[in-house]
Design a protein around this ligand. Structure first.
Ligand code: CA
Length: 230
């Protein structure tokens, strides 16, 4: 399992550098952005697991950016922790109503922040270390075992990650490049055709019981994992 990615959105370089350093030491892969524009491109390219969002940013406020992210189906699920010097109850309410998942008031200790991040990752990733089932197909993310109607099927590591991604993001169409970003990671250079190769392998592994139909090709758009195929 690769390191969880955290995006730090903070315009004050000293605070940003301190956060990047501390979170890196805590084992996270850390990305950073100094304003909302940089944040948007980091989110689109790298799809972080958590965003630490400063309230006061030079272009668009952290609150407004959070609202925008929570309105967009592609970014809605990314948990956001608001960072702010404000400690007023009204601001806390506004932050949470704007869609923030948690709220930390400056100054905070890195221990407190790390604890909040861990709690948020646990809360927002209930599918981790769980058994997920679609019809007779079952995936156990703790043991990495996949069974169909009780029979264990063998998947390569990439096919396993693809299947896990699809089960967690069913009924939505993803382009090849989105699948590459989310399953392979945005910093890896892989051709889009590679996605087709692994989809083919995954379908083949699922085909014995007719479960290959779960993975639908959407012409001109990409792929969709849908129970309507069963
Ligand atoms: Ca700021």
């Amino acid at each position: 399992m690769s390191a969880r990615k955290i995006l730090v959105v903070e315009d004050e370089a000293a605070i940003r550098d301190m956060l990047v350093f501390n979170l890196g030491r805590a084992g996270y892969e850390v990305l950073s952005a100094g304003d909302a524009t940089e944040a948007r491109s980091a989110i689109a390219d790298r799809h972080p697991d958590v965003i630490l969002m400063d309230w006061m940013l030079p272009d668009v406020s952290g609150l407004e950016l959070t609202r925008q992210l929570k309105r967009d189906a592609g970014t809605r699920e990314i948990p956001v922790i608001m960072l702010t010097a404000r400690g007023q109850e009204d601001d806390r309410v506004a932050g949470l109503e704007g869609g923030a998942d948690d709220y930390v008031t400056k100054p905070f200790s890195s221990r407190e922040l790390n604890a909040r991040i861990r709690a948020l990752l646990r809360r927002t990733k209930p599918a981790e270390d769980a058994v997920m089932a679609v019809g007779g197909l079952s995936l156990d993310s703790a043991s990495h075992r996949v069974t169909i109607e009780g029979d264990e099927i063998q998947l390569g590591p990439t096919e396993y990650r693809l299947l896990l991604f699809f089960i967690q993001h069913a009924e939505r169409v993803y382009s090849r490049s989105q699948i590459l970003d989310r399953v392979w990671g945005g910093n890896v250079y892989v051709e889009e055709r590679t996605v087709d190769v692994h989809i083919r392998r995954l379908r083949k592994a699922l085909a014995a019981h007719g479960y290959d139909k779960l993975i639908q090709t959407v012409r001109g758009a990409g792929y969709r994992f849908s129970v309507s195929g069963l």
